[in-house]
Design a protein around this ligand. Structure first.
Ligand SMILES: NC(=O)C1=CN([C@@H]2O[C@H](COP(=O)(O)OP(=O)(O)OC[C@H]3O[C@@H](n4cnc5c(N)ncnc54)[C@H](OP(=O)(O)O)[C@@H]3O)[C@@H](O)[C@H]2O)C=CC1
Ligand SMILES: CC(C)(CO)C(=O)C(=O)O
Length: 297
């Protein structure tokens, strides 16, 4: 397949590296500098003490129209608007979105393409520099159809070491992932700890449990206990990872708090649920956004 990936971050670089042996992959970056670096030096993947290098095609987005069998959108939720023009005009059968949270679903409705997939990524990944990533927990990617699309896509995308799982109900899939991200991401970002600490440290674990109670009062598809189990399991599977929100806060960038906790707080308001802890967490992370890197922790 011809696969175009938009966004050379942790997820975009990882997906590009995993598909590069079996598919013709092009990685579309925001800057010329990153595209040139990847074309020239390749893509470095560090995992379990091993180093692997893959060579792929990389171009700056906008230098030519997008045309591919599958386009994977791997930019942050808050950068989605910047790529909507390219996406709307893209000649492609299928588009896949991998963003955490649910803040981007309205934008997907506006696209004309027949097959649109959403996915929830359970790998723990960190970008070291424009051409290097560290894999801190290899798990799976859940995928389902937002519009059109069938389970057969998995046969094309999956390899023995890069697993996908089909989900009939994308709403449930996204709520499950949102629980993990609404709890793990802001806690790790505020406490400046790796994901595993939220499960290991009894004090942090008790905050996570209280948050699971609030989460399950808003999205009751899973009980408080089931939500807690699933959050703990993601903490354990990505124990050595720094969450994407911790990384954003450390680097003084915007975070995805609006798409994750912001959406949850609005849903709570609609349903008349009390979520004082999530409200506090929302404001704490908002207060850290765009702070100079040294002041952020
Ligand atoms: N990291 C992880 O472990 C996980 C992340 N996710 C989700 O995956 C998504 C991506 O996260 P992650 O890879 O960590 O994020 P990163 O910040 O590492 O990567 C995002 C990339 O998008 C690029 N980008 C921004 N705007 C544009 C644009 N207009 N055109 C092309 N590229 C652009 C950025 O480029 P530049 O750097 O030049 O600004 C950056 O390389 C997020 O929604 C996150 O929630 C889900 C599960 C796990
Ligand atoms: C799975 C997890 C929690 C991995 O860190 C993630 O989704 C993120 O960091 O955004």
């Amino acid at each position: 397949m011809n696969i175009s990936i938009i966004g050379g971050g942790a997820v975009g670089l990882f997906f590009a590296s995993q598909w590069s042996k079996d598919h013709c992959v092009t990685l579309w970056t925001r800057t010329d500098m990153q595209a040139e670096m990847i074309q020239r030096d390749g893509l470095y993947i560090f995992e379990n003490g091993n180093e692997n290098v893959q060579y792929i095609q990389s171009k700056k987005i906008g230098c030519q129209p997008l045309q591919a069998d599958l386009i994977v959108v791997a930019v942050k939720q808050y950068n989605m608007k910047d790529v909507m023009g390219e996406l709307t005009n893209a000649k492609s059968h299928s588009i896949m979105f991998i963003q955490n949270g649910m803040g981007h679903l309205d934008l997907l409705d506006k696209l004309p393409h027949h097959h649109i997939y959403t996915a929830s990524v359970e790998h723990g990944l960190v970008k070291i520099n424009g051409g290097t990533i560290q894999v801190n927990g290899r798990n799976k990617t859940n995928i389902g159809a937002f519009r059109g699309g069938t389970e057969e896509i998995i046969d094309h995308l999956q390899t023995d070491s890069f697993r996908f799982e089909w989900r009939e109900n994308i709403h449930h899939m996204m709520i499950e992932k949102m629980a993990a991200n609404a709890i793990i991401n802001p806690l790790t970002a505020m406490l400046n700890v790796k994901n595993g600490q939220i499960a290991q440290n009894e004090h942090y674990r008790s905050i996570a449990k209280d948050l699971c109670r609030e989460f399950a009062s808003v999205f009751s598809y899973k009980s408080e206990e089931e939500t807690f189990e699933s959050v703990l399991s993601i903490c354990k599977n990505t124990a050595y990872n720094e969450s994407s929100m911790l990384k954003d806060v450390k680097e003084g960038r915007l975070t995805e708090i609006d798409a994750i906790v912001g959406v949850l707080v609005k849903e709570a308001e609609k349903k008349g649920c009390h979520v004082p802890l999530f409200r506090m967490i929302y404001n704490m992370i908002k207060g850290k956004e765009n702070m100079p890197p040294l002041m952020s922790n």
